[in-house]
Design a protein around this ligand. Structure first.
Ligand SMILES: O=C(O)CCC(=O)C(=O)O
Ligand SMILES: [Fe+2]
Length: 331
């Protein structure tokens, strides 16, 4: 039985219809191949393994990341509590600098859901958390206050992990460490906490539609409910959840920084028919104004990139991404 059965008022009204369908039709997700993705050990960071994973896969499973298990489990528990608050309370309480959104993962720079005629619904709710502003978030609500404290601690770990990985990648790519410094900036880091509802029956409905991440690196912490899929070897394959491991994605910025040596992997999220799914994702970007130079792309900043992404999503309904900046391409 889907978990949200008892807690319909926590869902955006458009999602509430799901419940009956799910109860009526106990239909399982089709069996899918799970893919044995490469494993990288943060305490024993071999460049060869890191390179192979970043080149051939654009993602890897990170073990020995140094985040205490208790922090991970508390954060998950608190995220679940937070999402089970009534929809209206989430809208009211999750205020600046955090923001609550649903139906799309694409936000404007101020944290509002991007609106555009061409956009399809994504079956998710999310909370956006810009880490550098998090200390300004004040809440009388004990669930949210506890959530903020855990996110601060989690954010510090993720900053450390992302920087460590980035520095190893700079070494692997033989880039100048000094010049590369501004290509990652922990103060740009943000966290997205998602809940994907159960019971979406349509075969072509997605928790999150296929995309590449615009970040330098993205680090996904998924709960035990599967859903994340990557496009590899010409097919979609499921990334199995493994407790206490993280999934690291190479983002578009890292692909450009690496001169296309590494790939920004295409991925999407399938909604689970029976169980809702939670994930906590971290994204980090270049410092403001930092110019990305490579032989494959015109020099650009992340702000230039983001402007094109938002414009494309609004007008044509999908992200063109790096192709907009390819040397000799229009745009
Ligand atoms: O929820 C997930 O597992 C992945 C989310 C994702 O791909 C994103 O936020 O860009
Ligand atoms: Fe993503």
């Amino acid at each position: 039985m889907p978990h949200q059965k008892n807690n319909l008022e926590s869902y955006p009204p458009v999602f509430r219809q799901l419940n009956d369908t799910a109860a009526a039709e106990v239909k399982k997700n089709a069996m899918e191949e799970t893919v044995p993705i490469p494993v990288v050990d943060l305490q024993n960071l071999g460049l060869e393994k890191l390179r192979e994973a970043s080149k051939d896969w654009g993602l890897f499973r990170l073990v020995n990341h140094g985040i205490p298990e208790t922090l991970l489990s508390k954060l998950e528990e608190q995220a679940k509590k937070m999402f089970s608050l009534p929809f209206e309370s989430k809208q009211a309480l999750l205020s600046s600098p955090m923001s609550y959104f649903w139906g799309t993962p694409v936000l404007t720079p101020t944290g509002d859901a991007l609106k555009g005629a061409a956009l399809n619904i994504n079956w998710l709710e999310g909370v956006n958390v810009p880490l550098s502003q998090l200390p300004q978030f004040q809440s009388q609500d004990p669930v949210l206050d506890c959530f903020r404290v855990l996110l601060e601690e989690y954010g510090r770990h993720l900053g450390r992990i992302a920087t460590t990985l980035f520095e190893a990648m700079v070494k692997d790519l033989n880039l100048d460490p000094k010049q590369s410094e501004s290509n990652i900036d922990e103060s740009t880091g943000f966290i997205r906490v998602y809940r994907y509802p159960a019971g979406v029956m349509a075969e072509e409905a997605w928790g999150m539609i296929a995309h590449t991440d615009s970040s330098v690196l993205s680090i996904v912490n998924q709960d035990k409910v599967a859903g994340l899929e990557i496009f590899k070897d010409n097919k979609w394959q499921l990334v199995n959840p493994v407790p206490n491991t993280l999934i690291v994605h190479i983002g578009d910025m890292m692909q450009a920084i690496s001169d296309d040596e590494y790939i920004s992997v295409k991925h999407r999220v399938r909604v689970n028919k029976q169980e809702e799914r939670f994930s906590i994702c971290y994204f980090v970007f270049p410092a403001e104004g930092s110019v990305i130079r490579s032989s494959k792309y015109r020099p650009f900043t992340y702000a230039d990139f983001q402007e094109h992404v938002q414009k494309d999503l609004k007008t044509i309904g999908y992200k063109v991404g790096l192709d907009r900046f390819k040397v000799n391409a229009d745009g």
